[in-house]
Design a protein around this ligand. Structure first.
Ligand SMILES: CC(C)=CCC/C(C)=C/CC/C(C)=C/CC/C(C)=C/CC/C(C)=C/CC/C(C)=C/CC/C(C)=C/COP(=O)(O)OP(=O)(O)O
Ligand SMILES: O=P(O)(O)OC[C@@H](O)CO
Ligand SMILES: [Mg+2]
Length: 227
């Protein structure tokens, strides 16, 4: 994970054909993350995992619903939405999940992600009632909470659906002491992928996989050539 530059995020709630999935898994991306903010179930997650496991690419689950925790992923990423208006998305759901799994889980497989959601129109922002009226200082302070206080291995600047402010992303990366900065949102071309990869440690490419597969695939060499 410390070396990932490019990740595809696949949504169990969206259809993807076998050929498209094969091209994603063999694209040279560093990992496939399975996750979505709505409509994720045990059945659609297990189905997608089984199909991805035909390939060698690392495959991680970004947990958004306790009912959809499926064994067999390489890692489990646990979002903590720092700017959520509803605290169940900061600790409430997590507390409930740990009542169920706390005694049996392998902690080395869990990776906390300090999420900062910045596109108010995204499903995740609406679900969590995220406060997106943040200036750069607000965002930096949230990043410091995740990096210095919570010591999250990952901070995730989430613009899901739109391409974000790369100057801000770069500033956040510059102040981190130990967290890795993931950026996701609106990457739909090699140019945007390169720009985001300059600003963040890892870029996450999601919706364009479903909207335009060729453009999605073109983001991989764009980022890898920067290594
Ligand atoms: C034996 C075994 C399998 C053990 C597993 C151990 C394990 C994983 C235990 C769980 C421990 C734990 C603490 C779980 C947390 C549970 C939980 C439900 C936490 C809340 C997560 C959260 C804050 C969700 C809110 C939504 C969110 C931020 C989702 C992240 C993904 C995301 C933003 C996707 C983008 O969504 P998309 O649908 O693509 O959006 P667009 O419409 O904008 O495209
Ligand atoms: O779907 P897009 O806009 O590419 O965003 C990727 C990811 O950050 C979503 O959680
Ligand atoms: Mg999506």
């Amino acid at each position: 994970m410390e070396e990932w530059k490019h990740v595809f995020k696949l949504d169990p709630d969206r259809e993807i054909g076998d050929e498209a999935l094969e091209r994603i898994c063999l694209s040279g991306t560093d990992a496939v993350m399975v996750g979505g903010s709505s409509g994720v179930t045990f059945d659609n997650t297990v189905d997608l995992l089984a199909r991805i496991r035909r390939y060698e690419v690392p495959c991680v689950l970004e947990v958004s619903d306790t009912e959809a925790i499926v064994p067999g992923f390489d890692l489990f990423m646990i979002p903590i939405v720092l700017n959520a208006g509803d605290t169940q998305w900061i600790v409430g759901r997590h507390q409930q999940a740990l009542k169920e799994y706390g005694a049996i889980l392998d902690w080395d497989e869990l990776v906390p992600e300090g999420y900062i959601i910045l596109n108010g129109d995204s499903t995740a922002a609406k679900l969590t009632e995220a406060d997106v009226r943040l200036d750069a200082k607000d965002v930096e302070a949230y990043a410091r909470i995740a990096d210095r206080l919570f010591r999250c291995p990952i901070i995730y600047l989430e613009y899901s659906g739109v391409f974000g402010d790369m100057e801000l992303v770069g500033r956040v990366k510059g102040l981190l002491s130990q967290s890795r900065l993931f950026y996701g949102g609106g990457i739909d071309s090699p140019e945007k992928a390169r720009e985001a990869a300059k600003a963040a440690h890892t870029v996450v490419v999601g919706n364009v996989v479903y909207d335009d597969l060729e453009r999605a695939l073109a983001t991989v060499p764009a980022v890898m050539e920067m290594r």
